[in-house]
Design a binder for this molecule. Structure first.
Ligand code: G3H
Ligand code: 13P
Ligand code: NA
Ligand code: ZN
Length: 343
């Protein structure tokens, strides 16, 4: 069944575990992610980023996705997750990642998302509070949970690019929870988005500890979210490069650092890059194993894109040649099925 984020966050606080939250860019990925969570007998948080909704609405140039594209995509992914979730006995949260404005959050909620993030982190504090509060009012009235963000992560963040980071001020975080009523808050404490996080990153876990202690002292509920938490496994990077990729300077956050952040108060751990890397690896491997697919009428175009963009690892850049078939949900062609299996 589908549930909002809030009760799952209550459970992580009560029992002291960290819940992974995984980004999906396609219906097939949501299905695969649910199956893996079922295998581990774990609840699941699947998240579609703002522009990922545009992509899942059929917009191949997703960077230019409009609100209309996002509306269609939100409904596509929510309908699919509801369908798979109806047969599943694990609780599933469908969460909008980095919602950029009020209307994008509304589009996700109308589509069927059970949780939304409003990312006002690039705004001055008071404007971030006002925007987030407005989303909380709309979402909570509909039983939907809300995540906000305070502080700026370095790195590429969907539409937001920040050359440097600003750590979250713990006292401001507590004030933000009190003023907005958000269920969860993304904090900046040393992680960053993307595959180039730097070697041996140490997290400022004391930031999470301080927020958690102040919240419990003041009796305020609040889940803390660790964005930019991919581990960027060396073996996947090496495999991509052995298959002709050109990824350099690829480092993630170590699993030990992430695990150590959980007792400090981190409840939700966001992962997107690792999945993108795995899908890219799988697609490259397919064309190496089966060279005849390189000239396939239906998926040869994907091979050409993989060859032309060797440092790219966002599957959305490679998938446009089969967009129509994938979005219609009918996959008549064996070659297309082989690529869909890569996700
Ligand atoms: O948190 C950031 C996401 O990884 C960005 O994903 O490119 O789908 O917006 P996006
Ligand atoms: P990564 O780029 O480290 O996977 O972070 C994902 C994320 O924070 C999604 O919101
Ligand atoms: Na941000
Ligand atoms: Zn993020």
């Amino acid at each position: 069944p589908l549930i909002p984020l809030r009760p799952l966050m209550e459970a992580t606080i009560k029992y002291g575990f960290g819940q992974g939250a995984f980004n999906v860019n396609a219906v097939a990925q949501a299905k695969a992610a649910i199956e893996v969570h079922e295998m581990f007998r774990s609840p699941a948080i699947l998240q579609g980023a703002d522009l990922a909704n545009g992509f899942m609405g059929g917009r191949t140039d997703f960077m230019n996705a409009t609100l209309e594209d996002k509306k269609i995509g939100a409904k596509n992914i929510a309908d699919a997750v509801k369908k798979y979730g109806a047969d599943s006995d694990i609780p599933i949260v469908l969460h909008l990642d980095h919602g950029r404005d009020f209307d994008s959050c509304v589009a996700a909620i109308e589509g069927g998302y059970t949780s939304v993030m409003i990312d006002g982190s690039s705004l001055p504090f008071d404007e971030n509070v006002d925007l987030t509060r407005e989303v909380v009012k709309y979402a909570h009235a509909r039983g939907v949970s809300v995540e906000g963000e305070l502080g700026v992560l370095a790195g590429v963040e969907d539409h937001v690019f920040s050359a440097s980071s600003t750590y979250t001020n713990p006292l401001k975080a507590v004030e933000f929870f009190r003023k907005t009523g958000v269920d969860a808050l993304a904090i900046s404490y040393g992680t960053m988005h993307g595959a180039s996080k730097g070697k041996d990153v140490k997290l400022r876990k004391e930031i999470a500890t301080a927020i958690r202690e102040c919240l419990s002292h003041e009796g305020i509920f609040g889940a803390l979210v660790s964005h930019g938490s991919s581990t960027v496994p060396k073996y996947i990077v090496d495999e991509i490069n052995a298959l002709g990729g050109e990824l350099t300077n690829a480092y993630g956050i170590s699993i030990e650092e992430l695990q150590a952040a959980i007792p400090c108060g981190i409840n939700k751990i966001n992962v997107d890059t690792d999945i993108r890397l795995a899908v890219t690896r799988n697609m490259k491997e397919l064309f190496v194993k089966y060279p005849e697919l390189r000239t396939s009428a239906s998926i040869g175009g994907i091979y050409e894109l993989l060859e032309a963009k060797k440092s790219q690892f966002d599957p959305r850049v490679f998938l446009p040649p089969i967009m129509d078939t994938v979005m219609k949900g009918t996959i008549p062609d064996d070659d297309v099925a082989a690529i869909v299996n890569c996700v």
